[in-house]
Design a protein around this ligand. Structure first.
Ligand code: TYD
Ligand code: MG
Length: 463
């Protein structure tokens, strides 16, 4: 065997490598992110042919859907597409304190409900006593959960070999380092190489492959350290979002080799761990918003769709004449460029002189509007605050706004109408086309179809 050493500079944000130090990364444009790493490469003379894999007949490959291991946490299973696929690597990212360790401990508990399953929980950050404390809180009773407070990758791999668990949890990958690399723990090189080494170790196993959950911290830019390099190594990437000062958390998949990335899971942090939320609409609209007859200025409820699930969301807008040369546009939960477009539509097609107004826009709980179906609701909320005319409470509004001020159809209208009816709304305003196509008068709600933004404002009496 021959060993070679070479020095490389690696961008700590995106993993870009360069032979020389650079002030700015050409790949991700971040400044001063290159750090020197020494690579030691061991050249093995020749690969032995015994480890080469053999081709398999497609018809003989078992269906993974049958092998999936449900975590029995309903919200999580929904995001994963039914459960954890054996031999897969799942990356869970999120800010500190959001509940990653809590969720993984609950998974460990549920998996070990079955007798022959075992879990190895590797913590590089907390002591065994701290983990025990958490498990007490979560009322973890099952045996077969092994705890390991260890930072060195080689020792962890040895323990995986010895215990042969069905699931390995690494909390967190930034705290793990390999002795074969000279870069410091948490650097992109270490994070990537450790993950790749774990992957190699897992895929080597022939029959029962352990699944691995890797926890990754998020950098202050909102990316998992070494994101590009890690995201293509692993099979599933989940992000835990939400405000740690609020009760609920949203679990979102940004990559899933075994399912859709459309579904989200909604949890509430309780005294005894994370609990799935069955009726998320109640979380995001102020209570009793639907039923009362009170009228609020600048507030609109939008039936949005997350995956296959309708969620009612409340947006609030505030407009006031600006005292600056450049009026302020501040949004939470909506893309600022989308807002700019809607403001322009209101100005050009609805005759509102809104360009010299400061605009503030919030979604309830900070949940993001990711689909264009939220457009019309946002436009109506702004019009309502600008005209200082209230919108009655029992009304929900949905529709995509085009540049010409027309309303485009939205998907899954039936779902949205049913959710609104279920939550006690008595009217829904939406695209004429989809309204006509979908159930009419079936649900216990009045449906009003419109074709332009001005028509919607007309109906609401805020034109
Ligand atoms: P934690 O899972 O340690 O977050 P992370 O691993 O993502 O950093 O816990 C997050 C917070 O949740 C922590 O501040 C304590 C709180 N918590 C509860 O409110 N209830 C509980 O049952 C547990 C275990 C934690
Ligand atoms: Mg933690």
């Amino acid at each position: 065997m021959k060993q070679t050493k070479r020095s490389l500079f690696v961008c700590q944000n995106c993993g870009q490598e360069n032979a020389k130090w650079l002030g700015r990364c050409p790949s991700c444009n971040s400044w001063n992110s290159f750090v020197e790493e020494i690579r030691t490469k061991t050249k093995e003379s020749k690969r032995s042919s015994s480890i080469a894999t053999q081709p398999v007949l497609l018809s003989k490959v078992p269906l993974i859907d049958k092998l999936r291991q449900p975590t029995r946490i309903k919200e999580l299973d929904q995001v994963l597409g039914g459960g954890i696929v054996p031999g897969s690597i799942i990356l869970i990212g999120g800010e500190p304190g959001i509940g990653k360790s809590t969720l993984t401990m609950q998974i460990a508990n549920n998996i070990t409900e079955e007798k022959d399953k075992s879990v190895l929980y590797v913590s590089g950050e907390e002591s065994i006593e701290q983990i025990k404390l958490r498990s007490e809180r979560l009322a973890v009773k099952n045996e077969n959960i092994y705890l390991l407070a260890e930072n060195e990758l080689e020792n962890i791999l040895a323990q995986i070999d010895a215990i042969k668990p069905s699931l390995v949890i690494i909390d967190s990958i930034q705290a793990i380092y390999s002795d074969n690399l000279s870069s410091s723990p948490g650097s992109v090189g270490q994070v990537r190489e450790c993950t790749a080494e774990i992957l190699r170790r897992i895929k080597r196993e022939q029959d029962v492959r352990p699944s691995v959950i890797i926890i990754g911290h998020i950098t202050k830019f909102g990316a998992i350290a070494g994101p590009k390099t890690l995201e293509h190594i692993v099979d599933v990437v989940l992000y835990f979002e939400g405000d740690k000062f609020q009760q609920y958390r949203v679990l979102r998949a940004t990559k899933n080799r075994f399912g859709s990335t459309q579904e989200i899971g909604i949890f509430e942090m309780s005294d005894s761990g994370l609990v799935g939320v069955d009726s998320p609409s109640l979380l995001f609209i102020s209570h009793a918003r639907a039923k009362t007859t009170t009228k609020t200025v600048g507030s609109v409820v939008i039936p949005t769709i997350e995956g296959t699930r309708p969620i009612l969301l409340e947006v609030q807008a505030l407009a006031a004449p600006s005292y600056f040369n450049y009026p302020q546009r501040v949004t939470t939960g909506l893309d600022i460029r989308r807002l700019a477009m809607l403001l322009c539509v209101l100005e050009r097609h609805c005759g509102m002189n809104i360009g010299n107004h400061d605009i503030f826009l919030n979604t309830s709980g900070g949940l993001k509007i990711t689909e264009p179906g939220g457009d019309l609701g946002v436009a109506c909320a702004i019009a309502s605050t600008y005209r200082n005319k209230p919108i009655a409470s029992g009304i929900a509004i949905v529709g995509e706004v085009s540049l010409s001020g027309e309303i485009r159809p939205v998907v899954q209208m039936k779902n949205r109408i049913n959710e609104c009816a279920k939550m006690g709304f008595n009217q829904i305003i939406g695209p004429d086309y989809t309204m006509k196509k979908e159930i009419k008068g079936k649900a216990n709600i009045k449906t009003i179809g419109i074709t332009t933004v001005s028509e919607a404002l007309e109906v609401l009496g805020i034109r």
